[in-house]
Design a protein around this ligand. Structure first.
Ligand code: COA
Length: 260
């Protein structure tokens, strides 16, 4: 059973038709536990159902967007089954019909980067550092990133990001088409809000239809790829390479993959 997220770890605030989700666990670099995924999935479901919410903003802190999955949580309670909170969140964000705007500053690791592939507008602080280090953790891509990253930038550039897993900065992300604009970190959340309010003032039915049509051909592919990735990811989490990577992270040492 998923424990409830500490109420302050995911802040949900709705004002002027905009629901803002703030990842707020800075003491653990905004790493995301299953309870936090559950809270975000629930918030998206309620935003979807609530006619008073027209746009969602996802943001972190000026110095950290998210260090990705909480590694201790993954070690002690790896997600099991397609209804695990992380998969529920990923289905929720990928199928969300209304616009989503994101503001990203500082590190955006793993799902911190891949969730952006499902946002409509992304504003980044000039300190944003994106990375998808799945291979380095003995894992495979998630969030349909094995489909969406090559679609966005071509196979070779995607392979560099998904196989080497090295961080790339906001300038590169802009050039690759992952983000819309770079601003000083102190301005990123405010800009996301300004843009969200612009969207909220537009006819929602036209926004929803535009988004649906833009994603029409890809939507079934995304759902299918996410399911396939989820099955592999869930299996790989319990295998020796990932166990070694996670244990090494917790023990603050370099992983030794010589035997896996
Ligand atoms: N899961 C659990 N704890 C995490 C974490 C994660 N993903 N990321 C950071 N933390 C913890 C650290 O263990 C550390 O705990 P401590 O204070 O008990 O030592 C604390 O948060 C601060 O992290 P630290 O690494 O010291 O911060 P930093 O500013 O030097 O680096 C990052 C920030 C995000 C670059 C770095 O923490 C990192 O690479 N994290 C792991 C990212 C990752 O591999 N995520 C999984 C993706 S699937």
């Amino acid at each position: 059973m998923t424990q409830a997220a500490a109420p302050q770890d995911i802040l949900v605030h709705t004002e002027d038709s905009v629901m803002t989700l703030t990842i707020n666990r800075t003491e653990r670099k905004n790493s995301i536990t299953s309870a936090m995924y559950a809270a975000m999935a629930d918030a998206l479901a309620s935003a979807s159902a609530d006619a008073a919410v027209r746009v969602v903003v996802i943001q972190g802190h000026e110095l950290i967007f998210s260090a990705g999955n909480d590694i201790g949580d993954f070690l002690s309670a790896p997600p099991s089954g397609s209804d695990a909170p992380v998969f529920r969140f990923l289905r929720g964000i990928s199928q969300f019909a209304k616009p989503i705007v994101a503001a990203v500053c500082g590190p955006a690791v793993g799902i911190g980067t891949t969730m952006l592939l499902h946002c409509d507008l992304v504003y980044a602080g000039d300190n944003a550092a994106f990375s998808m280090p799945f291979v380095n953790l003995g894992l495979c891509p998630e969030a349909a990133s094995s489909l969406l990253v090559p679609q966005l930038m071509g196979h070779q550039r995607a392979a560099e990001l998904l196989m080497l897993g090295e961080p790339f900065m906001a300038e590169t992300a802009l050039e690759l088409g992952l983000i819309n604009r770079i601003v000083p970190p102190a301005e990123a959340n405010a800009l996301a809000r300004v843009q969200a309010k612009k969207l909220a003032a537009k006819p929602l039915s036209a926004l929803v239809e535009t988004k649906r049509l833009m994603k029409l051909s890809n939507a079934p592919l995304i759902a299918e790829r996410m399911a396939q990735e989820g099955a592999s990811f869930g299996r790989m989490l319990t295998e020796p390479a990932a166990r070694e990577a996670f244990t090494a992270f917790m023990e603050k040492r370099k992983p030794d993959f010589s035997k896996v």
